[in-house]
Ligand binder design. Structure first.
Ligand SMILES: Cc1ncc(COP(=O)(O)O)c(C=O)c1O
Length: 343
């Protein structure tokens, strides 16, 4: 089935409805971070050195292993434009921009579509794949692959790109491979968008071997990352910010557990188990489920624009307990099922 690789959750947002479609932190950017970003000198050209050092320090890497980018999205494009894969493979269902970037750069792309419950099986990858994109934890499945399975994808002659835009949803960033520097061919992409509510600032980074970082830096436009974005990198790499991110991840886990418990009480749906990110993925048997939920006041992310999913699948952002309760009741009513209490 052909899918719209350029569809994103913000297009499923409907003003005035409860937003469960967008997976950026709800509540906006923390005030202290807004102040740090605003308090920057805009007159001069950006200087990346302090930010690269801060990011490197946060992950126990060297500064030459860091490339700051205008969001994870720019990193996908740089990789697609600078690398020359013979056999690029994208592990789906996952965020569609890596595949879109590869195709736009003229590469042939094969898809490995993981079956339900969408856990990584390295054995499904073609032996000759020399460029592999995988998300961890994955959007939209919310599955966190074990880091050993991710590291097991690396082999001589292959570049493995791990999109860790949601890695800090896991307390202690449990499955992250961002700190692994002794594996040539491993590239990790991170984003400040989700946890810090900074989608509009455009800031993220890539971690990899120094020669790959240099190759990608040469492909990057001059001054691609603005001074305010660099200030956000420095601020969010600090010890207090990392503590705050850890507390947010713990609170998220509690809210997610509540949502999952309410969803367990809705019969006629299938929820992807072991959700680890700030959203959950579920399947209903109702092809126009999204439109029906809109009629009940809830905007959710449609699933059918992700390869491997079809109509009836929806991604639902984790919100506070009251919103989760209201959503579960609306979902139960929509799929025509009874919502048992307290399950
Ligand atoms: C898995 C994943 N990676 C990357 C991105 C893009 O991140 P950024 O805003 O840093 O470009 C998104 C945005 O939705 C995403 O879901």
């Amino acid at each position: 089935m052909s899918v719209d690789l350029s569809h994103h959750g913000d297009a499923d947002l409907v003003p005035g409805l409860v937003d469960l479609a967008v997976n950026v932190r709800s509540g906006g950017t923390p005030d202290w971070l807004v102040r740090r970003i605003r308090d920057t000198d805009l007159a001069g050209y950006p200087d990346q050195r302090e930010a690269a050092a801060a990011v490197a320090g946060r992950h126990g890497r060297a500064a030459e292993e860091v490339l700051l980018t205008a969001g994870a999205a720019e990193a996908f494009v740089l990789l697609a434009r600078a690398l020359r894969p013979r056999h690029a493979v994208v592990v789906h269902p996952q965020f569609t921009e890596p595949e879109a970037a590869l195709r736009a750069a003229g590469h042939r792309v094969d898809r490995v579509i993981l079956p339900f419950p969408f856990t990584l099986d390295p054995g499904l990858l073609p032996q000759d794949a020399d460029l592999v994109f995988v998300g961890n934890p994955t959007n939209p499945t919310s599955v966190a692959h074990p880091r050993d399975a991710v590291l097991g994808l690396v082999r001589p002659g292959r570049i493995v790109v791990v999109d860790e835009a949601f890695a800090d949803c896991l307390p202690g960033e449990r499955e992250s491979v961002a700190g692994v520097s002794d594996l040539t061919g491993l590239i990790v992409i991170r984003s400040l968008t989700k946890t810090w509510g900074l989608a509009g600032l455009r800031v993220g980074y890539l971690l990899g071997a120094p020669d790959t970082v240099r190759l990608l830096a040469d492909a990057q436009p001059l001054w691609a990352v603005s001074t305010p974005a660099l200030a956000a990198c420095v601020a969010t790499a600090s010890a207090p910010a990392l503590r705050e991110a850890g507390e947010w991840a713990a609170a998220l886990a509690a809210e997610r557990a509540h949502l999952l418990s309410r969803l367990r009480a809705v019969s006629g749906i299938r929820v992807v188990p072991d959700a680890a990110a700030s959203f959950v993925l579920l399947e209903t048997q109702v092809a126009d489920i999204r439109a029906r939920l809109l009629g009940r006041g809830f905007a959710v992310r449609r699933g059918e624009t992700f390869p491997g999913l079809g109509p009836g699948w929806i991604r639902v952002a984790v919100r506070d307990a009251e919103t989760c309760d209201q959503f579960a009741a609306a979902l139960a009513a929509t799929v025509g099922q009874r919502l048992d209490s307290g399950a």
